[in-house]
Design a protein around this ligand. Structure first.
Ligand code: ATP
Ligand code: MG
Length: 334
C-alpha cells in the first residue's frame, strides 16, 4: 500500500531574530515520514526536538524550507487555492490544549456546525442535526442533548478534547495530526482519549500521527515509533521493538535512565548533558556530545538512518560497517 501522507527530506529552518543575523534554528532537518491509512505513527522526543514543527509543516500551517510533502503521492506544497483547501480538509490537526483551540464564547453546536459548513457545505435543519448527532456519537459525547449546547468551560478537559476531535472529524479527514493530545489531561482520562483515537483509526481507517513525550503511551497506541533528537529522526521501527530493544544510544538513554518510568521528559532531563544548540548544531552526529561511545567519526560525519534489520532503522555509526565505527555498549553503565 502507498502512504496517504508522506514527507521526503522535510526541513524547517527558522531565521534567528537579530541585527543582520543570517543564523537559523535547525528545527527540522531531512525528516522522512510515512503515514498509512488505519495506522498510527508516534513521534517521540524531548522538548525542542522538532515534533510540533513537523506537525505544523504537515498541516501546512507554515511553509517548509526544503523537502516535499506528498498527499496520495502528489506534491501537496505546489499550491493552487483549490488543492490547498482540499488538503486542509483531508489533513486535520488536534492540539494539546483543547481549551485554547475552542472559542470560549461559543457552544459545542457552534463549533461543530461551523466546521460542518466549511467542509461539507451548508446543511439545513434536520440534516445539520443529524450530522451533529453523528459527530458527537463518534466521540462518545452522548446523549447528544447533554453536550450540544454547552460552552467549553462547562465541559471537562477530556470532553473538550472530544469536541476538538469531533470538529476535526467534521471534515471527514484521512489524516489526523495529534500534537500531545493527552498531555494536559488528567491521567485518569488519558486512556479514554487514546482508545477513542484508536477506534477512529480502526473504524474510519484514519492515518494518525501521534506526538508525545511519553514513550510508554507510544508503545500502547502506535504501530510505528519515530524517535527525534535535535530536529532529526534517530531511530524508527515498530513500537514494540523500539521500546523493548532500543538501538540508538539516545533511545536507550531515554528508555533506561528514567526516575519515573512513565515520564519521558524526566528521563530526558535525567540523561547526561544538555540538548545541543539548534543554531549551531555540533558537527557529525548531533547526539555525539552526550554519547558515551562517540568517536572521531561521530564528531565529524553525520550518520544517516541505517537499516538495522527487521524493518528498523537507526542513525548511529555503531551500526555501520565502517572500520572506524564506535563500539557500542550499555549506555546506562557507561
Ligand atoms: P515540545 O515537546 O516542547 O513541544 P517540540 O519537539 O514540539 O517541543 P518544536 O516546538 O517543534 O519542538 O521546536 C523545535 C525548535 O524550533 C525549538 O528550538 C524551537 O525553539 C524552535 N522554534 C519553533 N517554532 C519557532 C518559530 N516560530 N521561530 C523560531 N524558532 C522556532
Ligand atoms: Mg511541541
Amino acid at each position: 500500500a502507498r502512504p496517504v501522507l508522506r514527507a521526503v527530506k522535510m526541513r524547517k529552518h527558522f531565521p534567528v531574530r537579530g541585527f543582520r543575523s543570517d543564523k537559523v534554528v535547525h528545527a527540522v532537518d531531512d525528516v522522512d515520514l510515512e503515514l498509512y491509512a488505519g495506522r498510527v505513527v508516534a513521534l517521540v522526543g524531548e522538548s525542542g526536538s522538532g515534533k510540533s514543527t513537523i506537525a505544523r509543516l504537515l498541516a501546512q500551517l507554515m511553509p517548509t524550507t526544503a523537502g516535499q510533502i506528498l498527499l496520495d503521492g502528489e506534491d501537496a506544497t505546489a499550491r493552487g487555492r483549490k488543492s490547498f483547501r482540499r488538503y486542509v480538509k483531508r489533513v486535520q490537526m488536534i492540539f494539546q490544549d483543547p481549551f485554547g483551540s475552542l472559542n470560549p464564547v461559543h457552544t459545542v453546536r457552534y463549533h461543530l456546525t461551523r466546521s460542518i459548513r466549511i467542509h461539507r457545505g451548508n446543511l439545513k435543519g434536520a440534516e445539520m442535526e443529524a450530522a451533529l448527532d453523528e459527530l458527537l456519537d463518534r466521540v462518545h459525547l452522548t446523549p447528544v442533548d447533554r453536550y450540544v449546547d454547552k460552552y467549553p468551560h462547562e465541559l471537562s478537559g477530556g470532553q473538550r478534547q472530544r469536541v476538538a476531535i469531533a470538529r476535526a472529524l467534521a471534515a471527514d479527514p484521512d489524516v489526523l495530526l495529534a500534537d500531545e493530545p493527552i498531555s494536559m489531561l488528567d491521567v485518569s482520562i488519558r486512556l479514554g482519549i487514546l482508545n477513542l483515537l484508536r477506534d477512529l483509526r480502526d473504524r474510519l481507517g484514519i492515518a494518525i500521527l501521534y506526538i508525545t513525550h511519553d514513550i510508554a503511551s507510544a508503545r500502547y497506541f502506535a504501530d510505528k515509533t519515530l524517535v527525534m533528537y535535535a530536529g532529526r529522526v534517530v531511530e524508527s521501527g515498530d513500537s514494540e521493538s523500539v521500546t523493548q530493544d532500543p538501538k540508538h544510544p539516545y533511545t536507550q538513554l531515554l528508555i533506561g535512565s528514567a526516575p519515573d518510568p512513565d515520564d519521558m521528559e524526566a528521563r530526558a532531563r535525567g540523561a547526561r548533558g544538555e540538548a545541543p544548540s539548534l543554531v549551531t548544531p555540533p558537527p557529525g552526529c548531533r547526539f555525539n556530545p552526550r554519547c558515551p561511545f562517540a568517536t572521531d567519526l561521530c564528531r565529524t560525519e553525520l550518520p544517516p538512518l541505517m537499516d538495522v534489520g527487521e524493518g528498523r532503522k537507526a542513525a548511529c555509526w555503531g551500526y555501520s560497517d565502517r572500520p572506524d565505527r564506535p563500539e557500542l555498549g550499555s549506555v546506562l553503565d557507561a
